[in-house]
Design a protein around this ligand. Structure first.
Ligand SMILES: NC(=O)C1=CN([C@@H]2O[C@H](COP(=O)(O)OP(=O)(O)OC[C@H]3O[C@@H](n4cnc5c(N)ncnc54)[C@H](O)[C@@H]3O)[C@@H](O)[C@H]2O)C=CC1
Ligand SMILES: CC(=O)C(=O)O
Ligand SMILES: [Mg+2]
Length: 618
C-alpha cells in the first residue's frame, strides 16, 4: 500500500468507526437456534454449558427428565438475576477474607460459583454490569485471584499442559470436551500483570481474558479455552509451598522450554486448525521470541506486545487531539517511556512506525521518528553506552553525542530525563507502583506541552506508576490521564472533573480475536493490528477528547469490539488474507461492503440467551 493511500485509509477507517458507532445498534441470531444435548436429568443441571436452573420451562423439564429435580416455581431470567444479585450484595457486605480487597475477592468467589453452575446466567450478569464486574473478573482483582489461586481453586477450568506431559500433548488435547474451539488464551505464568512469576496460578489471567472475549466479543463460551503451560516456576515462595498446585521445579529454559511450547502449539492446531491462540503474560525474554517463531505459521498474537501497542497508539493520538492539534502532529511529540519489557518495547515499536508512516514512510522518516523517544528502564536512561543492551531495546538507545547536548547520560534517572526532555507524554509500563513520584510529576510541570499526558499503564492498581489524584493535583488540572487498571474520575471542584481513562489492551484484544476468527485469516498481520488501533483511535469524538476522554467507557466495550472486529476483517480482505468463516466463504466475504461486514460481525456474536434444548440419545 502506498504512503498516500495508507494516510487516506488511516483517517477513513477512523471515520468509518465513528459512523458505525452513531448509526448501528446490534442484534444477534445465535441465541434463537435450538441446541441438541445428549444428556438429561441431573447431568444437565450439573453442566454449566446447558444448565438454566430454575428457568427451565415445564415442557423442557418434561423433555429433559428434570421434573422433581428443581423447585416447582419456574423463574424468568430476570427473576434469576434479581435473586442472584440480592445474594451477591448481601454476601459482599458480610464476607471478610483478609486485610485487603475483601469485597472484591468475595465478589469473585460468588461470580465464579455462578460461572461453575450456569454459564449463560454468568455472562448475562457480566455483560449487563460490565463496568461493575470487569474489575472483578479482570484487572485488578484477577491479580489477587492469581496470587491466592491455591486456596481459591475448586473446580478446574481450562487445561493444564506441563513439562511432565512432554510427548503426550497431542493426545491430551482430545481430553477437552468441545469439538470446536475458537479462542485459546495461553500463559506460562511467568509475568502475571505486574506481579511477577506466579507459576501455575497464572491460569486465572487466561480465564479473565476469555471472560472478556465472551462478554465483549461474543465468542461462544463453549468455544473458549484457557490454558496454562506449566514449565515450573522461579518463584521461591511457591517452590517451597507444600500446597502449591503446580510443578515444583525451576522453569525450563532454552531449547527445553521451546520444545514444550512447540509441542503445545502443534497439538492445539492439529485438533483445532482454525483456533486463534493469544499469548498472555509471558516474561519479555520469551514474549518476543515466541511471537517471531509462530506468527507467520500460526493464527496467534501476543496481547502484551501487540494489543497493548495498539491501545497505547490510540491513546497517544487521543492525547494529541486533546491538545487541540491534528493527529498528524503526533511525530512532534516527545515521549518518555518508563519500562522496556514486552509491553514497553511493543508500544515503542508501534509508536515509531506510526510516526514514520505519518512522516512519509521511508528510512529517513523512521530514523527521525526514533529521536522522539527516551526510554528509561530499571537501570535508568538507555543509551548507546549501555552494556549488554537487549536487542529489542537497542533501536531506542539514545545517541551519546546528543545526550551530552541534552545534559543527560547513560543511566540518568527518570526525574533527570523528565526535567531535561520536558516531554509531552510520560508513559509507564514498568510494573513499579508509584514510580511517577512527586518529584517526577513536579518535573513534568516543565513540559513544553500545553496539555501533558500521563499514562500509568502498569497493572494491577497497586503497580500504577501514579494515581489520577496525584497526576491532577501535582501536574495540573489540564493533564490527560490514563491508567491500566480502573480508577474513579477525580472531582477537581467547581464542577470540573479530572477524567481517568482506562488504557488497557481489553479495548483491542477481543476485537482482534473476533475479527481474525470471522475473516478466516491464517495469520494476524501487522496491517490487521494497525487497523484495530486506528479504529479505536477514531472511536472518540472531538468533544470527548477535548475533555480529556481519550478511551471509551467500558460500558460500550461490546460495541467497540464489534467495530474493531469489522476493521480487522476489512483489512484482512484488503490484504487478501480473508478465507472466510463457516458458510461465509472466501468469495462471499470479499463481496461484503462496510455495513455488511458490521452485520456479519453482529450476527456472529453470541448473546447470553437460553436456547431451547432438544434431547437426542446417541
Ligand atoms: N495497560 C495495559 O494494557 C498493559 C499493562 N501492562 C503492564 O505493564 C507492566 C510491564 O509489563 P512487561 O513489559 O511485560 O514487564 P517486564 O517485566 O518485561 O518489563 C518491565 C520493565 O520495567 C523496567 N523497570 C523496572 N523498574 C523500573 C524503574 N524503577 N524505572 C524504570 N523502569 C523500570 C524493567 O527494566 C523492564 O524493562 C506490567 O505491570 C503489566 O501489567 C502490560 C500489558 C498491557
Ligand atoms: C493488561 C495486561 O495484559 C497486563 O497487564 O499484562
Ligand atoms: Mg497481559
Amino acid at each position: 500500500m502506498s504512503n498516500f493511500s495508507r494516510q487516506i485509509r488511516f483517517s477513513s477507517s477512523m471515520i468509518r468507526c465513528l459512523q458505525y458507532r452513531i448509526s448501528r445498534s446490534f442484534t444477534t441470531i445465535e441465541g434463537h437456534r435450538p441446541t441438541i444435548v445428549h444428556k438429561q436429568g441431573l447431568d444437565i443441571l450439573h453442566d454449566p454449558w446447558f444448565n438454566k436452573g430454575t428457568a427451565f420451562s415445564m415442557t423442557e423439564r418434561d423433555r429433559l427428565e428434570l421434573r422433581g429435580l428443581l423447585p416447582p416455581n419456574v423463574m424468568s431470567n430476570e427473576q434469576q438475576i434479581d435473586r442472584f444479585m440480592a445474594d451477591l450484595k448481601r454476601l459482599e457486605v458480610n464476607a471478610r477474607d483478609g486485610p485487603s480487597d475483601t469485597n472484591s475477592l468475595a465478589k469473585w468467589r460468588i461470580l465464579n460459583r455462578l460461572h461453575d453452575r450456569n454459564e449463560t446466567m454468568y455472562y448475562k450478569v457480566l455483560i449487563a454490569k460490565i463496568e461493575e464486574y470487569a474489575p472483578i473478573v479482570y484487572t485488578p482483582t484477577v491479580g489477587l485471584v492469581c496470587q491466592k489461586y491455591g486456596g481459591l481453586f475448586r473446580r478446574p477450568r481450562g487445561m493444564y499442559f506441563s513439562a511432565a506431559d512432554r510427548g503426550e500433548m497431542m493426545s491430551m488435547v482430545y481430553n477437552w470436551p468441545a469439538e470446536q474451539v475458537d479462542m485459546i488464551v495461553v500463559t506460562d505464568g511467568s509475568r502475571i500483570l505486574g506481579l511477577g512469576d506466579l507459576g501455575v496460578q497464572g491460569i486465572g489471567i487466561a480465564i479473565g481474558k476469555l471472560d472478556l472475549y465472551v462478554a465483549a466479543a461474543g465468542i461462544n463460551p463453549q468455544r473458549v479455552l484457557p490454558i496454562m503451560i506449566d514449565v515450573g516456576t522461579n518463584n521461591e515462595a511457591l517452590l517451597k509451598d507444600p500446597l502449591y498446585l503446580g510443578l515444583q521445579q525451576h522453569r525450563l529454559d532454552g531449547e527445553e522450554y521451546l520444545a514444550v511450547i512447540d509441542e503445545f502449539m502443534e497439538a492445539v492446531f492439529t485438533r483445532w486448525p482454525h483456533v486463534i491462540v493469544q499469548f498472555e503474560d509471558f516474561q519479555s525474554k520469551w514474549a518476543f521470541k515466541l511471537l517471531q517463531r509462530y506468527r507467520n505459521s500460526y493464527r496467534m498474537f501476543n496481547d502484551d506486545v501487540q494489543g497493548t501497542a495498539g491501545v497505547a497508539i490510540a491513546g497517544l493520538l487521543g492525547a494529541v487531539r486533546a491538545q487541540g492539534k491534528p493527529m498528524i502532529d503526533f511525530p512532534k511529540q516527545k515521549i518518555v517511556v518508563a519500562g522496556a519489557g514486552s509491553a514497553g518495547i511493543g508500544v515503542l515499536n508501534a509508536a515509531r512506525k506510526t510516526m514514520a508512516r505519518m512522516l512519509g514512510n521511508n528510512e529517513l522518516a523512521y530514523e527521525s521518528a526514533g529521536s522522539q523517544f527516551w526510554v528509561v528502564d530499571a537501570n535508568g536512561l538507555i543509551t548507546e553506552e549501555r552494556e549488554n543492551i537487549d536487542d529489542d531495546a537497542k533501536p531506542f538507545a539514545r545517541k551519546t553525542k546528543e545526550m551530552g547536548r541534552q545534559g543527560l547520560k547513560e543511566g540518568a534517572s527518570l526525574v533527570e530525563v523528565v526535567r531535561e526532555v520536558k516531554p509531552d507524554v510520560l508513559l509507564g509500563l514498568s510494573a513499579v507502583g508509584g514510580l511517577f513520584s512527586e518529584e517526577v510529576l513536579e518535573a513534568l510541570k516543565g513540559s513544553t506541552s500545553t496539555r501533558p499526558a500521563i499514562f500509568a499503564m502498569s497493572n494491577p492498581t497497586t503497580n500504577a506508576e501514579c494515581t489520577p489524584e496525584e497526576a491532577f493535583s501535582i501536574v495540573g488540572e489540564n493533564v490527560v490521564f490514563a491508567s491500566g487498571s480502573p480508577f474513579a474520575d477525580v472531582d477537581l471542584g467547581n464542577g470540573h472533573i479530572g477524567h481517568c481513562n482506562q488504557g488497557n489492551n481489553m479495548y483491542l484484544f477481543p476485537g482482534i480475536g473476533l475479527g481474525t476468527l470471522l475473516s478466516g485469516s491464517r495469520i494476524v498481520s501487522d496491517g490487521m493490528l494497525q487497523a484495530a488501533a486506528e479504529c479505536l483511535a477514531g472511536y472518540m469524538t472531538e468533544e470527548e477528547v477535548l475533555k480529556g476522554i481519550i478511551y471509551p467507557s467500558i460500558s460500550s466495550i461490546r460495541d467497540i469490539t464489534k467495530q474493531v472486529a469489522a476493521a480487522v476483517i476489512s483489512e484482512a480482505i484488503e490484504e487478501d488474507l480473508a478465507e472466510g468463516y463457516r458458510e461465509m466463504d472466501a468469495r462471499e466475504i470479499r463481496k461484503l461492503n462496510k455495513d455488511e461486514i458490521i452485520s456479519y460481525v453482529e450476527d456472529n456474536m453470541w448473546s447470553p440467551e437460553y436456547p431451547t434444548l432438544i434431547y437426542k440419545n446417541d
